[in-house]
Write a protein that binds this ligand. Structure first.
Ligand code: G6Q
Length: 538
């Protein structure tokens, strides 16, 4: 048996953490948050600080979390992942059987990458991207009238949409003049219609992104958009770009202006730093900014090899999450960015975390008897403060929180109103929330009393730039991978989302009345007919 496979709840550190969780550190006692504690419970990457004094931990919890990391070989597993071990599999069962090498795609800045072949493939795609972007800038690629392209529509779904969209929105402040990106993902025809009606297609490129080249929503939307081009008298192959798996059914250069490749060792939700994100980000913010984004991610990939959890931010974040999930038994995690630019980042994290770690069996196919990934949710502050923070402060469910904030804004446009700038108001709100959740507030009126003792961490950086965005992305990707390694689950497959695809085929066969529509589930099952009838469709 592979020595990496372990039962986390059988490790000595697991039992020790259980005992410690009987009396966890109280955040709401007087003087709980001393300056010394706040200074000591700080961890860094090149650009981020993690302030974690407001977690329900003390020195002995941290020491035991370190033991859990050591006993489960967390950093050893991470290194094996980076060097190409086949970690995406379930031992003894038919499953995916793949390497997990999204880190290799950004390991472009060192002479000795961990996986030279995968990094060479990524470098080749980056070089193709640079040539394409230079051709656009140099006027060698234009529309049929010789005019430049100003807009790009990204057609993709899931991992081929959420991450790229989140990062594009996060870095919109760095857009080149006149360049805008739009997104079509949902098979709801209104998604495409709303985007298409706003655009002058003659100045618009279309980037079709599908690793498999077979996803129903994406193939349908591609055809719908191609149709709009034909109706406008435009030749789609002059406008359409492809990002797809080498050799996929979409890998057909005749149909596209340029084709870029991704590889089966990069999972969809881990693919933003491949050409899946690269093409649209390069178009929008330029090649150099895209490289800075990769460099930020790569910095974290390297720092995450450090076995000392106090010096390894993603590993520490992973362990604090495990402490809250498995030992304090909190079922959800709120990620609350105090940055409008991160408006879709939590949606991306939801996929990254819940699709990776929403698993009930271990890497041997055995049912686990401990909790795995939490429910992840969140919205940018301060908007959230005027909505769901009520429950965070006074609800019966305790929600651990990861706050994200920046000291400076992106656009450098601000104004002092009532003695403070908007940025100061934003940061003041952020820090106040961290303290209020921890300390609470006594009041004789029970309706105005705040119990406190609600744990949170704060990720803080100077400014949201391409480099810090790359770091933030890799912090979360790596946190999620570390949690999977410690829980002994496969964080890299997604059988749970396959079922929906199969079932929809069954329904579609009935709705379209076309016998060739593929149906995998028994389409004569009484419940299929019953639900169609109840919906008024049969
Ligand atoms: C992500 C998932 C999934 C995938 C989409 C799109 O990890 O595998 O969200 O990204 O289903 O798949 P294609 O890129 O193959 O169209």
């Amino acid at each position: 048996m592979d020595d990496l496979y372990h039962a986390p709840d059988q490790l000595p550190a697991w039992g020790a953490l259980k005992s410690l969780a009987e009396r966890p550190f109280s955040l709401n006692t007087p003087n709980a948050l001393t300056p010394a504690r706040i200074a000591a419970f700080t961890c860094r990457t090149a650009s981020f600080k993690l302030l974690y004094a407001t977690q329900r931990i003390d020195e002995s919890t941290l020491t035991t979390l370190q033991e859990l990391a050591d006993q489960s070989e967390a950093t050893g597993q991470f290194l094996r992942m980076k060097r190409g071990a086949v970690l995406n599999r379930i031992v003894g069962w038919p499953s995916e059987n793949r390497q997990v090498l999204h880190t290799a795609g950004r390991d472009l800045f060192r002479p000795d990458p961990d996986h030279p072949e995968a990094t060479a493939q990524a470098r080749k795609e980056c070089d193709k991207l640079k040539i394409f972007l230079d051709d656009l800038d140099g006027g060698r690629i234009t529309n049929s009238k010789g005019e430049p392209f100003t807009d790009l529509i990204n057609v993709g779904i899931g991992g081929s949409d959420l991450g790229p969209r989140a990062i594009y929105m996060a870095l919109s402040a760095f857009r080149l003049d006149q360049r805008r990106v739009h997104f079509i993902s949902n098979v709801d025809p209104d998604d495409a219609a709303a985007v298409l009606r706003e655009l002058d297609l003659s100045h618009t490129l279309v980037n079709v992104v599908s690793k498999s080249g077979t996803t129903l929503e994406t193939m349908t939307n591609e055809e719908l958009v191609r149709n709009a081009y034909r109706r406008a008298g435009l030749e789609p192959s002059r406008h359409f770009l492809a990002v797809t798996g080498a050799g996929s059914p979409m890998d057909d250069p005749k149909r596209y202006l340029r084709t870029f490749h991704m590889f089966d060792y990069i999972g969809g939700r881990y693919s933003v730093t491949s050409m899946v994100g690269g093409l649209l980000l390069g178009f929008a913010i330029g090649y150099e900014n895209f490289r800075e984004f990769l460099q930020g991610a790569s910095r974290v990939d390297l720092a995450a090899e450090q076995p000392d959890i106090r010096k390894n931010l993603p590993l520490l974040l992973a362990l604090l999450g495990i402490w809250n999930r498995n030992f304090l038994n909190y079922p959800t995690l709120a990620v609350l960015p105090y940055s409008q630019a991160l408006i879709r980042f939590v949606a991306h994290l939801q996929q990254c975390d819940m699709e990776s770690n929403g698993k009930s069996i271990n890497r041997h196919g055995e049912k686990v008897n401990y909790q795995t990934g939490p429910i992840v949710w969140g919205e940018p502050g301060t908007n959230g403060q005027h909505a769901f923070y009520q429950l965070l402060h006074q609800g019966t469910t305790i929600v651990p929180t990861e706050f994200i904030g920046f000291l400076q804004n992106q656009y450098n446009e601000d104004l002092e109103i009532e003695h403070s700038t908007s940025q100061e108001k934003l940061v003041a709100n952020l820090l106040a929330q961290v303290l209020a959740l921890a300390s609470g507030k006594a009041d004789t009126n029970p309706n105005r009393a705040f119990p406190g003792n609600r744990p949170s961490s704060l990720l803080l950086a100077e400014r949201l730039t391409p480099g810090t965005m790359g770091e933030l992305l890799a912090i979360y990707e790596t946190k999620i991978a570390f949690q999977g390694f410690i829980w002994n689950i496969n964080s890299f497959d997604q059988e749970g989302v396959q079922l929906g695809k199969h079932l929809s085929g069954t329904m579609l066969r009935h709705l379209s009345g076309h016998p060739e529509v593929e149906a995998i589930v028994d389409d004569d099952a009484p419940e299929v007919r019953a639900i169609l009838r109840a919906a008024g469709l049969e």
